[in-house]
Design a protein around this ligand. Structure first.
Ligand code: FEO
Length: 167
């Protein structure tokens, strides 16, 4: 069943936000590459890909229901990164913003009485808990490492082991 135009609009805003998240992660990956930390850069680049997968999940759901996905304006990423900790703090804050947007979307779906989107939105609620927890753990490890160079290189190596979408 086609979703209401109010929910369609809210879904399109979420598609745009996921695309925006992808651009933010891509910029953060560039920053880490610039710091010569290829493992962390690779982890962030992979996260950028995953955000496109998220956007596509919303797009596919809308197409399946004969709604019209439209990607909105994407702002240039404004990341102010001096340290690795800054980069993952920016990532964490962005995830929190996305989580809140998913909750708002869920509430809009409820208001619209839209049952068909519920499984997808439930998946995203769970996914956001995981996304926040993953970045939060990396931040905790960075706080333990502080200025310990070998520790940072070990974490870089560990994050570089993340499988890629294309693998
Ligand atoms: Fe699609 Fe990382 O939220």
């Amino acid at each position: 069943m086609k979703m209401s135009s109010a929910l369609e609009q809210a879904f399109n805003a979420q598609v745009t936000l996921e695309m925006q998240a992808s651009i933010v992660y891509r910029q953060l990956a560039i920053e880490l590459d610039n710091m010569d930390l290829p493992g962390m850069a690779s982890w962030l680049r992979e996260q950028a890909e995953e955000e496109v997968v998220h956007a596509n999940k919303f797009i596919d759901h809308m197409l399946d229901r004969d709604n019209h996905p439209r990607i909105g304006a994407i702002a240039a990423p404004t990341v102010d990164v001096e340290t690795v900790h800054d980069a993952f703090t920016a990532a964490y804050q962005h995830e929190q913003k996305v989580s809140e947007a998913i909750r708002t979307l869920y509430r809009t779906a409820e208001q619209e009485g839209d049952l068909d989107s519920r499984p997808l939105l439930d998946w995203f609620l769970t996914e956001q808990i995981e996304e926040e927890a993953t970045v939060s753990t990396i931040l905790s490890h960075l706080e333990i490492i502080k200025d310990d160079g070998p520790g940072l290189l070990r974490l870089d190596n560990e994050l570089g082991q993340r499988p890629t979408q294309s693998a």
